[in-house]
Ligand binder design. Structure first.
Ligand code: GLN
Length: 512
């Protein structure tokens, strides 16, 4: 395996800035890796045929004396929920097959301006509905740790690309856990920023009051570097916060010194007992807490009595918003159009298109959402769910009066087998038990690798949550624990992942 693909984005950016490696070389190394392994992993739906040209342009900008940022020239994988002008954007759905956007999502535009090189579009559950990437209309992504297992979802493609060293950085979106749960099952780092902290302009909407775009990386510092590029106010997004943010890379660097753990109050939720988690997940969580305690953190038991209703409230609010957001896929404005035989009406065309274009999970949620919003049931379902949402927000407020961060395991189990839960929606939904509350409350969350489960050798993540606007705290705490753990393991967790065999991957410029 080429050494270039083993470098973190911070290291690669440094070598590119000193001229030791060109962006073209860095990009070629990752395209070679994709060609070698993505036939097995299937992280990418589309590999960017313009990647080398974009890399050459960054090299030329540097040669011309332009001052570029710390990760200029580094390749980036982009979740297919984010629209791009030079590659199709499908959101994992047949209804958008081949769809070309007339504009770039703000996070993509900012990445290009900072000299990041888009490598391709990553696979995902259709319209970001799912926890395993099995609901992609284009076939599942496989977990690089064990190809028979799921890489999490909905952003399994971005997490698998980073875990398989196909990309040093990726963009994801997190509506109920789709950045953090894939990070947990692939041994990578994922951050859901504060709601409004990163622009949603050009992110194909799932549930607009919950969606956030964020970084998917191998280290906390790399996530901070990417967050610095994509974050901050965007007038194109009416929910974007008009505030100044500190440098998240600087916060990660400060955290890596370890000092921040001294006196840090870490809340552990008493209503989430160890018994609710796979044994190895609970054990790894306890070990991480012990490591933090040894460095001076104080573990405080807190009560968040409404957390356990998060999943129920989420599966009313999300389908309600999704059913409305997906109404625009009507055969007229975007993508697929299926015209039935005979003399079809507009409604016949719409209904045939939506029947052929949407997969089973999307249909399930549209039905759930329209039902929850229907006149006779609105108060009983949607209205009640919104009240629960408020109670969860109050739980957070009370907790953060006592502690600096809350810690939980990032998900209940390690990566399950492909096929294991795909026909059991409830089991699939329960994956997001610990990630959903952050979306309901709009607070930021980070998942970092905490080890492997003894029983199956698969990766486990620990999640930290902080008050809204305090994303920098997550970078400090995440980097501090990461430094302590990597020190105790002697190497990053991903170095323990079994090597992928070299399969034949997709051709560059191909849509798969
Ligand atoms: N797994 C959750 C769901 O299916 C989360 C999805 C997401 O964050 N996009 O809705």
């Amino acid at each position: 395996m080429s050494d270039i693909i083993r470098l973190t984005a911070a290291e690669l950016g440094e070598k590119i800035s000193t001229g030791e490696i060109s962006s073209v070389e860095a990009t070629q190394a990752h395209l070679d890796r994709i060609a070698a392994v993505d036939g097995d992993v299937h992280a990418f739906l589309h590999v960017n045929e313009h990647a080398l040209a974009a890399a050459a342009e960054v090299d030329a900008r540097r040669a011309a004396g332009e001052q570029l940022g710390p990760i200029a020239g580094v390749p980036l994988a982009v979740k297919d929920v984010l629209v791009t002008t030079d590659m199709p954007s499908t959101s994992g759905s047949k209804i958008l097959e081949g769809y070309m956007s007339p504009f770039d999502a703000t996070v993509v535009a900012r990445s290009r301006a900072a000299g990041l090189v888009p490598l391709g579009k990553t696979n995902m559950d259709e319209f970001a509905m799912g926890s395993s990437t099995e609901f992609s209309a284009y076939g599942p992504t496989r977990n690089p740790w064990d190809l028979d297992r799921i890489p999490g979802g909905s952003g399994g493609g971005s997490a698998a690309a980073v875990a398989a060293f196909e990309a040093p950085l990726a963009l994801g979106s997190d509506t109920g856990g789709s950045i953090r749960q894939p990070a947990h099952v692939t041994g990578t780092v994922g951050i859901k920023p504060t709601y409004g902290g990163v622009s949603r302009y050009g992110a194909i909407a799932l549930a607009s009051s919950l969606d956030q775009v964020g970084p998917v990386t191998r280290t906390v510092l790399d996530a901070g570097l990417l967050h610095d590029v994509i974050g901050g106010h965007d007038p194109q997004d009416s929910t974007s916060l008009a505030q100044e943010w500190p440098s998240f890379a600087a916060a990660a660097r400060e955290g890596a010194t370890g000092q921040v753990l001294k006196g840090l109050r870490v809340g552990v939720i008493k209503e989430l007992p160890d018994s609710g988690f796979q044994a190895g997940v609970a054990a790894s969580f306890r070990e991480s807490l012990a490591v933090m305690e040894a460095q001076g953190a104080e573990i405080v038991e807190i009560s968040a009595p409404h957390f356990e209703y998060g999943v129920a409230a989420y599966y009313l609010i999300l389908p309600a918003e999704a059913s409305s957001n997906l109404a625009k896929f009507d055969s007229v404005r975007f993508g697929l159009r299926v015209t039935p035989d005979g003399n079809p009406t507009v409604e016949d065309v719409m209904s045939a298109t939506r029947d052929a274009g949407f997969g089973p999970e999307v249909k399930r949620r549209i039905i759930l959402g329209t039902y929850a919003l229907s006149a006779g049931y609105y108060d009983a379902y949607y209205g009640s769910a919104q009240k629960v949402r408020t109670l969860i927000q109050q739980d957070f407020d009370a907790a953060f009066a006592q502690v600096d961060v809350i810690a939980t395991p990032s998900a209940p189990t390690t990566a399950f087998r492909i096929g294991e839960k795909v026909d059991d929606p409830l089991q699939m939904y329960l994956n997001d038990l610990t990630t959903i509350p952050a979306n309901l409350a709009g607070v930021p969350g980070i998942s970092i690798p905490s080890g492997v489960a003894a029983e199956d050798g698969l990766p486990v993540g620990i999640q930290f949550l902080a008050p809204a606007h305090e994303d920098a705290r997550l970078y400090r705490v995440g980097a501090a624990l990461e430094a302590a753990l990597v020190d105790s393991w002697g190497a990053p967790l991903l170095s323990k992942a079994p090597a992928l065999r070299q399969a034949q991957g997709p051709k560059q410029g191909g849509t798969r």
